[in-house]
Ligand binder design. Sequence first.
Ligand SMILES: C[S@@+](CC[C@H](N)C(=O)[O-])C[C@H]1O[C@@H](n2cnc3c(N)ncnc32)[C@H](O)[C@@H]1O
Length: 279
Amino acid sequence: MLISRAFATADLLRCRLQWIIILIKTRGESQLVIGLKALLLQLAALVLTSVLSVIVQKFLGYLIPPSVFLSLHVSVALSFSMLFRFDWWWSLIQVLFPLLLVLAALHPLPSQWYLFAFLIFALLYWSTFRTQVPYYPSKKSLLMPIQALLPAVQGSRFVDLGSGMGGLLMQLAKLNPEGQFIGVEIAPLPWLISRLRALLSSSKVKFVLGNYNRQDLQQFDVVFCYLSPAAMPSIWEKARAEMKPGALLLSYEFIIPEKPHDFCVKIEEDAPYLFGWRI
Ligand SMILES: C[S@@+](CC[C@H](N)C(=O)[O-])C[C@H]1O[C@@H](n2cnc3c(N)ncnc32)[C@H](O)[C@@H]1O
């Protein structure tokens, strides 16, 4: 009894400590949106490469050919990205961006291709500029840790705020035939894909197109979200006001700055945690 209490206290202390560490890290970050930072680094790489090529031409009398200029620019952009500890896929974007720009300038595509690409991105990312929550899927390894936390009560209700393409919800619904699963998604393309997937696999998950801010959370036993740091303060306000006592709020990767989590679950090595709050 005493030992299990000591373990529970140690676990709670570990959770609080982890919350404080993440909080300090997040607060320390600049308010500049990550995409804007990446663009600034790309421009800084261009300026540095241009200055370097002017110096080389002036002092060594050597005119840097365009292909060398491009390679130099890409290398500087990649180095900046690594220096500022961007995720690996940002480094990939930093490298591909100038290469694709040059390719598009040398071999222009028919204009309707650009319109098509714009429409796909607009329908996929929709109002990300406002919500600050882009689409990216959660890991498959998240499924079983969430499953382990679901209430044993038959017919319990689960909602995914920002359900993306619906993969996680459909897997959970398969494992819990008695449960009710609802996904709310604001972007039309992921929502449409999730609806089609549910239709084709005869899944009973209900996917709703709309803003989760308009979804009443009172009816749910478990509310799950995988959003972004920007969305978490308002999620907590909403959960506190609407969720029923005893219900469970789960967030993958992102903490609530205003409220330390009650527990956290390690998903896998080097992967973000799943955080939980009992209302
Ligand atoms: C990171 S994805 C997570 C997708 C899914 N939950 C998963 O685990 O794979 C976040 C999703 O939330 C959606 N979203 C962002 N703000 C929203 C809002 N206010 N209402 C509904 N969906 C929103 C985005 O369009 C995006 O598809």
